[in-house]
Design a protein around this ligand. Structure first.
Ligand code: HPA
Length: 256
C-alpha cells in the first residue's frame, strides 16, 4: 500500500475515498496528525499531512521519525512525498512539477536516524541514490499517461527553514549542484531508507528561489497560493493514476 505525505498546498487528498483515520502512537512521539486510510481508484492508500491538518507544524518541527514509523507500522510499502519547492535552475518555472533524483542536506539539529539507541550496533545505510528508481519511474509513467508535463531529475537542496534563503545562499546551493530548494526532504528520505521503504518525491515549483527570476527582489507569497492550488490538481491526478494502476498490486522491491 502506498502512503502519500502531503506538504504545503496538499493538506487533504480529495480523491482518497476515506475508510477511517487512526491516531498512531509511536516510540518517537506523535506524528503530524491522524493517518487517513482509504482507497484511490479502488486501491488502498494512506495519507498524512506533513505540517498537520491546520498547517501548523513548521518544517524544522515536523516529527519525521514518528511520521515514517507510523506509515511503516501500518503497512506502507512505499512513500510518495509531495512538497512545494523553490526553483534554482533557470528552466524551472512556478507551477512546474519535478521528480528529483538527488539530495544535498543543509538541515541541522533534526532527529535524522532510528539507529541511535545506546548499546545498538552502529548502522550506516547506503544513500547513494536517495530516491527509489522504480517509484520514480511509476510517477513519470503516470504523468505521461495523463499527458501531464513533468521534469525528471534534479538535485534537491534541503534547507533548515522556516525562513527562506538569502540570494547568496541560493548561489551557494547552485554552486553545489542544486536545482531546487525545499525544507522537508530531509531527514524524511533517509528515514524511509532506514525503514527499507521505497521513497520518491513529487516537487511543485512554487516560486523562483531567492534572488532569481520573479524573486529577484524578494519572494512574494501572495502569488504562491494560486500557483500551488492549480499545480496540486495535477499532482493529485498523477497520484490517482499511479495508485490505481495495475503495477501497484505488485510488491515493490528496494532500490539498494
Ligand atoms: N525555499 C525553500 N523552501 C521552499 C521555497 C523556497 O524558495 N518555496 C517553497 N518551499
Amino acid at each position: 500500500m502506498l502512503a502519500i505525505i502531503g506538504g504545503s498546498g496538499l493538506t487533504t487528498l480529495s480523491n482518497l475515498d476515506v475508510s477511517h483515520r487512526e491516531v498512531v502512537r509511536t516510540p518517537y512521539g506523535e506524528p503530524s496528525g491522524a493517518v487517513v486510510f482509504g482507497q484511490i481508484s479502488g486501491q488502498p492508500a494512506m495519507f498524512l499531512p506533513r505540517h498537520g491538518y491546520g498547517h501548523t507544524i513548521a518544517p524544522h518541527m515536523v516529527n519525521y521519525r514518528a511520521n515514517l514509523w507510523a506509515l511503516h507500522h501500518h503497512g506502507a510499502t512505499g512513500i510518495i512525498s509531495v512538497a512545494s519547492v523553490g526553483g534554482i535552475r533557470s528552466d524551472l518555472q512556478p507551477g512546474e512539477i519535478v521528480v528529483p533524483n538527488q539530495i544535498v542536506d543543509y538541515t541541522w539539529g533534526r532527529k535524522s536516524t532510528y539507529f541511535e539507541a545506546t548499546g545498538t550496533p552502529v548502522t550506516h545505510v547506503d544513500f547513494t541514490e536517495p530516491y527509489d528508481h522504480e517509484l520514480c519511474r511509476r510517477i513519470v509513467e503516470a504523468a505521461a499517461a495523463l499527458g501531464i508535463e513533468i521534469k525528471v531529475g534534479g538535485v534537491y537542496a534541503a534547507t533548515q527553514g522556516p525562513r527562506l534563503e538569502s540570494a547568496a545562499e541560493i548561489n551557494r546551493f547552485e554552486r553545489d549542484g542544486a536545482d531546487l530548494v525545499g525544507m522537508t526532504g530531509m531527514p524524511e528520505a533517509v528515514l524511509a531508507r532506514e525503514l527499507g521503504l521505497p521513497y520518491a518525491a513529487i516537487n511543485v515549483i512554487a516560486n523562483h528561489a531567492a534572488g532569481r527570476g520573479s524573486s529577484a527582489n524578494g519572494i512574494r507569497f501572495e502569488s504562491l497560493e494560486h500557483v500551488l492550488q492549480e499545480a496540486m490538481g495535477r499532482v493529485k491526478a498523477i497520484i490517482e493514476r499511479l495508485v490505481g494502476s495495475p503495477d501497484n498490486c505488485q510488491p515493490m522491491g528496494m532500490s539498494v
